[in-house]
Design a protein around this ligand. Sequence first.
Ligand code: BG6
Length: 488
Amino acid sequence: MSSICESSSIVIFGASGDLTWRKLIPALYNNFKKGRLSTCANIVGFARREYSDDAFRTRLREGAAKFSPETFDVAVWEKFAVNIHYFQGDLDTAEDFPKLETFLRGLENAPANRLYYLATAPEYYAPIARHLGAAGMSRDEDVSSGLRQRRIIIEKPFGHDLASAQELNRAVHTTFDEKQIYRIDHYLGKETAQNILFFRFANTIFEPVWNRRYVSNIQISVSETVDVGNRAGYYDTAGVVRDMFQNHLFQLLSLVAMEPPASFSADAIRNEKVKVFDSIRPIALADTVRAQYDGYRATPNIAPDSQTPTYAALKLFVDNWRWKGVPFYLRSGKALQRKASEIIIEFQRPPHMMFHLPEGNDFTPNILSLCIQPDEGIHLRFEAKVPDSDQEMRSVDMDFHYRDSFVGKSIPEAYERLLLEALKGDASLFTRSDGIESSWRVIDPILQGWIEQNTPALVTYQRGTSGPTEADALLARAGHQWRLGCVE
Ligand code: BG6
């Protein structure tokens, strides 16, 4: 893609925060370096703190060098940084928005497309949308040479429950149309998550077995080694289900479970995702596990009697023709032994086993593993006859690793792709209002049930383990077990 000089502005609200210097600016810088960002796109940081343009650029430069060391190049940065500006403003002050408008018009050499990025605390999402609307900054602009678009990117968390998500949708919809709104879920920006649809629908051999006739169960695990760190204030009010399940795990679930979309367009894909969420049978509390790592309550800013789970596991069913009766097991937690995000498709046993298994040897079913991170790839485990044996079998692997198959092509950070897609106006990798609400509709009763019925009890797990044994029992009840298909 070649560099073009098309007047546009990217405005980051909450520009002095962590997200901006860790993720957003490195992502924009990398797009610029690859020639995918207009050479005259303005990047404007909006925050309360006092900064000169130069001081702001210096801080962002440190971030780009620190968080994107492999691609950082001073000469490229200097070219990129000329277009970075800082606007000191207060998110609570409506009058600062018309001032921002004047500031932007001064920078834009012609009517420009605008992308507003809300990298702020969630309580500011609705007020910012309202202030942008009141200042006449939210509507697309029809100029004789074409339409100048206004788009808004909203970070997670999008709501705290169904009611607050609906309220936020309503608030943002008063000033922005749905087609202008891009709700971020950074898991959708991961190459390996995007590859799920390519794997399923650009090949003929997997889709025929991708259903209840061949699949025994599906496991989606996102485990992290980090603990809550310095995010205690936020985390203790959220917990693992709001932080990871409602968004990231459910997005992975929808990609694995959805029907083939009619086309690769944003709405065709998102229609199918919503159908998956709407087909999820209400989850029984007995099919959930909630746990907290030992020592969590001793973290500064965490309530000493906190009931917030840092780990959860769920068993759910997607009640449709494809998946009826196939359990989906989802788990995620912090302070665990491994950092890994993976999806395991476990296939059914052969209908008749004619080989004789030696005493004590368990048969391993075929396992397809979609390894989202860290060792990105896809593995297929199947049975093979051990050479020079009579009937002995062993599981062997057929592995695809990105690092071996795409030598010289590094996997970009999720934000790089997401920002690019939003700038292009393609919302396929973003969540639609109905998708957000449908996923909350599934999650809400679990969170309420845990509080109102105190069932199941919150259990404790040790740091550095694979989580509570209750999560193993959840699968064992149906004769299943967690599989580690991405571990070499
Ligand atoms: C974020 C959560 O959305 O995702 C964090 O708020 C979590 O708590 C992070 O650590 C995990 O993302 P990744 O890309 O490291 O798997």
